[in-house]
Ligand binder design. Structure first.
Ligand code: X2N
Length: 542
């Protein structure tokens, strides 16, 4: 026994301890993924069984999905229109799908437009669907972070800056901004007067042109001048907060969320400084730009005045909305026209016919707002681009009260969402012949498209507080939505997009380098997927 006692076992156990510890721990370490996969498998099995076993006759059929919570998010997120088409074939125009914990009831086609855009205010809510995404980007108290009656008046205030007179003053400003950009941009003349041809990255170029033209016309020279400084980087930070990930996960403790919040504070502070400076200098002109109009008019019907912070936040929201949509749409029309040099020539001839050539300088006369109203091919090019590339592929509302789905026995329960996709209808062979062809002339007089759109538009109108909008929203062509949330930017968009296109047609001939790019549905707006969004341009010498 003495011998045993004298041997120091601790030497042995110390040496073996780590191995023992590992051996003991091994099942523990393996245990965690084991638990996880067991749980996941169980969740999947329960989820699958529940879909197979239970079918609630009062609910729209739910698209089959393996994973709870995620649901069909990935297949929807990558190709929403294919997803809609595949499920329309299985279930018809009304079906539901799970997307990141939300149950979305889709109603496709013109009846779906009516169902979602004209549902009663108390039954569906855009604020509940969008505010978590838009409020951190725009700021508080505006758009979807206020009662709907306030939004209706904010839209009225903003529209007071979007008059014909305002547009008349915006056209030469947009021309100047585009020409200045083309002269200096590395994608175009790159400050080299001898440069006659080059390759341009369309989406990047149009994003720049859009922000310069929209800021200069709507926010004025003070803000436009800041875009040449590192202030522009703040827009990029804010922009990165406006993505589908933020729609799914609105606030994560990640750097890009902090940069978004920081950018919102600095940009809105900058806009408030401009407002205070103009007020101090007694320079408040409601017809100068959007800033002037809001400073002069932003008093609600009940006498409450919008604060400077709210005015600044509304400016951020409007410019953010207009930025993505116009940058995408002008990118798409340049890319489509890159395959149609015949149309570019006809657009040039339209410029010559409508604006005329100065007999002395032999140059085209400067473009005016009134000229734009006389250019059917130019405007139909924009119209056709929006038909094929509706900037928003899905519009959502949260259901606040049980919502019966017309012509079905389904009721959408409170807490679910409804989804409408005018973009799907506009690309449907049933409503547009050769729907996948880019054909601006389909909108010329005496075509069925023109009549269909006109018929829907003549239906009587209704005023939600920001001007008359068409009551009927069952037109197959609704790129600007409908109902109380209808877009107020349509006229501005046509002036901005029309002027930019006229500048390009006068300055260049161009062609696609590659084939037409795929559509990237994974960003907020349907943008061309790089890197094939390039054009080769040549300076037009006559
Ligand atoms: C994770 C596929 O990507 O595997 F801006 F004053 C200003 C627009 C809101 C779009 C929501 C979800 C996509 C999941 C993909 C103003 C001018 C507006 C109107 C799944 C794997 C903003 C969210 C996009 C869900 C699609 C809200 C805009 N006129 N601008 N998996 O707009 O009006 C404004 C209004 C929204 C969305 C989505 C996925 C007024 C993936 C891949 C990944 N969507 N999305 N505006 N998904 N994956 C605006 C409406 C307002």
């Amino acid at each position: 026994m003495g011998l045993l006692r004298s041997i120091d076992f601790s030497v042995i156990t110390d040496a073996l301890a780590p191995t023992f510890a590992f051996l003991v721990a091994l099942p523990l370490i393996a245990l965690i993924p084991l638990i996880f996969f067991t749980f996941l498998t169980l969740a999947v099995v329960i989820n699958v069984l529940s879909q197979v076993l239970f079918r609630n006759p009062h609910r729209a059929p739910v698209v089959f999905h393996f994973f709870p919570w995620i649901g069909s998010a990935v297949v929807y997120g990558m190709q929403p229109y294919d997803f809609f088409e595949a499920n329309r074939k299985k279930y018809g125009d009304v079906f539901a799908f799970v997307m990141c914990g939300r149950v979305m009831t889709v109603y496709l086609g013109p009846k779906g437009h009516e169902f979602v855009f004209n549902s009663k205010l108390q039954d569906v809510s855009a604020e509940e669907a969008y505010s978590h995404l838009t409020t951190p980007v725009f700021g508080k108290g505006v758009v979807y972070d206020c009662p709907n009656h306030r939004l209706m008046e904010q839209k009225k205030f903003a529209k007071s800056a979007l008059t014909k007179e305002a547009f008349r003053s915006y056209v030469p400003i947009i021309v100047e901004e585009v020409q200045n950009y083309l002269k200096t941009s590395p994608y175009y003349y790159d400050n080299d007067p001898k440069k006659e041809t080059g390759v341009a990255d369309v989406l990047k170029g149009q994003s720049q042109i859009t922000i310069f033209t929209a800021s200069r016309t709507l926010l004025g020279q003070e803000v436009r001048n800041k875009l040449n400084t590192d202030f522009a980087d703040l827009y990029a930070d804010l922009d990165k907060g406006f993505t589908p990930i933020n729609f799914v996960f609105p606030n994560l403790p990640l750097p890009h969320y902090k940069r978004r919040d920081n950018a919102q504070r600095i940009i809105s502070r900058t806009y408030m400084d401009v407002i205070e400076k103009r007020r101090k200098e007694d320079h408040v002109d409601s017809s100068e730009d959007l800033v002037g109009a809001l400073m002069a008019n932003a008093v609600y019907r009940d006498g409450v005045r919008m604060t400077d912070q709210e005015i600044a936040n509304l400016l951020i929201g409007i410019l953010m909305g207009g930025q993505h949509t116009s940058a995408a749409t002008s990118s798409w029309y340049l890319l489509h026209l890159g395959q149609r040099p015949d149309l570019v020539e006809e657009l040039y001839q339209e410029q010559v016919r409508v604006c005329g050539i100065d007999p002395i300088t032999k140059e085209l006369n400067p473009l005016t707002y009134d000229h734009l109203q006389e250019m059917p091919l130019l405007n139909n090019t924009i119209k056709e681009t929006l038909r094929l590339h509706s900037p928003l592929h899905s519009i959502f509302r949260k259901v606040m009260n049980p919502l019966p789905v017309p012509e079905t026995k389904y009721v959408v329960p409170r807490g679910h969402y409804v989804l409408v996709a005018p973009g799907y209808t506009m690309m449907n062979e049933k409503y547009f012949k050769h729907s996948d062809h880019f054909e601006p002339k389909r909108w010329e007089d005496s075509t069925i498209e023109k009549e269909a759109a006109a018929a829907a538009a003549t239906a009587d109108s209704v005023d939600y507080g920001f001007g008359a909008v068409s009551k009927g929203v069952s037109s197959p062509y609704l790129p600007f939505g409908g109902g109380r949330h209808r877009c107020i930017g349509e006229q501005f968009a046509y002036v901005q997009l029309g002027t930019i296109l006229a500048c390009f047609v006068r300055e260049f001939k161009w062609a696609l380098i590659d084939k037409l790019p795929e559509v990237d549905y994974e960003s907020m707006i349907t943008v061309p997927k790089g890197p094939s969004d390039k054009i080769k341009w040549i300076k037009r010498n006559y």
